[in-house]
Structure formats: C-alpha cells, structure tokens
Design a protein around this ligand. Structure first.
Ligand SMILES: NC(=O)c1ccc[n+]([C@@H]2O[C@H](COP(=O)([O-])OP(=O)(O)OC[C@H]3O[C@@H](n4cnc5c(N)ncnc54)[C@H](OP(=O)(O)O)[C@@H]3O)[C@@H](O)[C@H]2O)c1
Length: 310
C-alpha cells in the first residue's frame, strides 16, 4: 500500500529522555504509537493489554520507567521496585499474549558492582546488587528474566533486553538538585561562566564513569530493532570507554568556553569504583559508534541553552 508504514512501533515512555531521543531518530518508515501516562498507566495491566491490542504494532519498545538518582532511590526503594516491576510485567506479558516482539530497556545497575570490568552479559545474577538502588535494580533484573521465561514458554525469542550504561543528552534533567553528572557539570560551568567564581567538583574528580549520548543510544536502539533476530537475549549498550569525573567537567568547560578554576570538595563521597559495560556484542553486530565526548556535550549544551537558559 503506498505510503504505509513499514513498521508500527508501540513505544512506552515516549515523553522521557530515551523516548524523545527515539522519536527524534526514528527511521522514516516507522509509525510510532506512544501513549502518554494519562492515556495508559503502565502499572495497570488490563489498560496496557487493551492499548497494545488496539494498536496492533509490529514491535514494542519498553522505554518507560521510574528513574532517579541515588538520593531518590534511597528515599523510596519500595516505590522504585514496585513501579518498575509493575510496568515491566504489564508490558512484557501484554506483548507475550499478543505475540508481538518486544525490546525491553534495562540498566547497567543490574550488574553486581564487584563483577570484573568490563561487565559482560553473563555476569548478571552472579553477585549482590549495589545497595543504594537495589529496589530499582531488582525490578529491572526480574523483568529481564521474565523475558527469558516468556521466550521459553512461547518457544520463540520474541523478547530481548538492552542494558544501557548511564545516558546524557537532549531532554536531560538539568535541575541542579537532581541532575546527573553530565547535565549538572554543564549547568555548573555555564553558571560560573555567566556569573564568575570557581566550579566545585565533588570528591577528587578521579572516579571513572561511563556515559553514552542519548541520541547515540537511540540510534543504537533502532539498529537493534533492525537486527532484532540476531540480538542475544540480553545485550549491553555502552560508550565503549569511560572518563574520570574531572574529564567530564573539563569537557563541559571546553564546550561552554569557560577557563576558570575547579575546586575539589574532598568532604563529598567519591562514590563507587569503575562501572563499564562490555560492548563486544555492539562490535559483533556492527552497531553505530558513539560520537566523541565533546560532541555529545556540545549538542546537550545547545539543548540546555535553547530550553533552559533563554
Ligand atoms: N537515563 C539513563 O541514564 C538511563 C540509563 C540506563 C537505562 N535507562 C532506562 O531507560 C528507560 C528510560 O529512561 P529515561 O531516562 O528516558 O527516563 P525518564 O526521562 O524519567 O522517562 C521515563 C518515562 O517513563 C514514563 N512513565 C513512568 N511511569 C509511568 C507510568 N506509570 N505509566 C506510563 N508512563 C510512565 C514517563 O512518563 P511521564 O513523562 O508521564 O512521567 C516517561 O515517559 C528506563 O527504563 C531506564 O531505566 C535510563
């Protein structure tokens, strides 16, 4: 039929950072159905089933979740566990009943922190979880595992999970009280550039972190859609390299054009040791390479200026 979409995608979390980046990078022949929370509460299984059956998609991408930083997770472990579990169960079971393929997004916090670096997919469930976001991680891990059990039940590998590392980018959260490292660094450096003064880095800046530009993560997710049948049941999405916290701040300074001084607040915790996921599967399946760090930060800063600093 002329003009018909080649692929109809039911996207959960379409208003979130990942969801918006997926919509901005979608292949031209993809028709995306992305109900809002108001239209479909994903913690309500019958509502999810009705919406999915009505949409009759070729594929589900489950990119909704209750997501937060350490403080938010520690303050409400039960809420993070229950909401993420309910959403995951509802979405995967609905896709299973409808016989539709489903790409589920997990998170690299499902790895035991003591696993060898880089984290390979076979290290899942080989140790205890990071206590600060255990509820969230337990929910994500259970949903990944549910995918396996449903595949076993149907005899078809219709549910696959991607395990992204930390993300940053367009549609990120720049709120100074809750922002993650990269948007927080961009905002702090931007404000020092505008008003003067030093930029304070928590800890000594030497801890290493892995962050992937969300636009690149979205392009990778679309690549995963195209290679769905070749994907393993669980596959990491990573940047392939990590940087020190100071290097993220230095990149922010280059992007903003600020030449001031960093101060280090040694009273603040340095946080966990390294956490870097293996990108072996990405290489094997020819996934697109992520852009260099400064380029991702420059695009994120441009978004910040457009939306938040007008
Ligand atoms: N951001 C990261 O660094 C990162 C890293 C690894 C993995 N991930 C995973 O990627 C996924 C998306 O993350 P994100 O950063 O895009 O999060 P986000 O910006 O907080 O977006 C979350 C999305 O989920 C929706 N949602 C939450 N509860 C819902 C409910 N009960 N019913 C319907 N929709 C609901 C939100 O809708 P509203 O807009 O209405 O709230 C929003 O669209 C999550 O599964 C997360 O675990 C994220």
């Amino acid at each position: 039929m002329p003009g018909a979409a080649a692929m109809k995608v039911f996207l959960t979390g379409g208003s979130g950072m990942v969801g918006r980046n997926l919509r901005e990078t979608a292949p031209p022949d993809a028709e995306i159905v992305a109900p809002t929370r108001h239209e479909v509460d994903l913690t309500d299984p019958p509502a999810v089933q009705r919406a999915l059956d009505a949409a009759a998609p070729d594929l589900v991408i489950h990119a909704a979740g209750r997501v937060g930083g350490i403080a938010a997770n520690m303050a409400d472990q039960a809420g993070f566990l229950v909401e993420n579990l309910r959403m995951g169960l509802a979405v995967l079971e609905a896709a299973h009943r409808a016989g539709v393929r489903c790409l589920n997004l997990a998170s690299s916090c499902i790895y035991p922190p003591e696993a060898p670096i880089p984290f390979t997919e076979d290290r899942l469930l080989t140790g205890t979880l990071e206590p600060t976001n255990e509820g969230y991680a337990l929910a994500k891990l259970s949903v990944v595992r549910l995918g396996r059990y449903l595949n076993q039940a149907s005899g078809a590998a219709r549910i696959k999970s991607l395990v992204p590392c930390n993300l940053f980018g367009r549609h990120d959260n720049f709120d100074p009280t809750t922002a993650h490292l990269v948007p927080a660094a961009l905002r702090k450096v931007h404000e020092a550039h505008a008003r003067g003064g030093d930029v304070v880095v928590w800890g000594d800046g030497s801890a290493r972190r892995e962050f992937l530009y969300a636009g690149d993560a979205a392009r990778m997710i679309w690549h995963a859609v195209a290679r769905f049948d070749d994907l393993p049941e669980v596959m990491n999405l990573g940047a392939g390299t990590d940087h020190t916290i100071l290097e993220y701040y230095q990149s922010a300074a280059r992007v903003v054009g600020w030449r001031g001084r960093f101060q280090f607040d040694h009273s603040r915790p340095v946080g966990m040791r390294r956490k870097l996921v293996s990108v072996e599967w990405q290489r094997r399946l020819g996934f697109p390479e992520p852009r260099p760090l400064d380029e991702g930060l420059a695009l994120t800063y441009r978004f910040f200026l457009e939306r938040h600093a007008a």
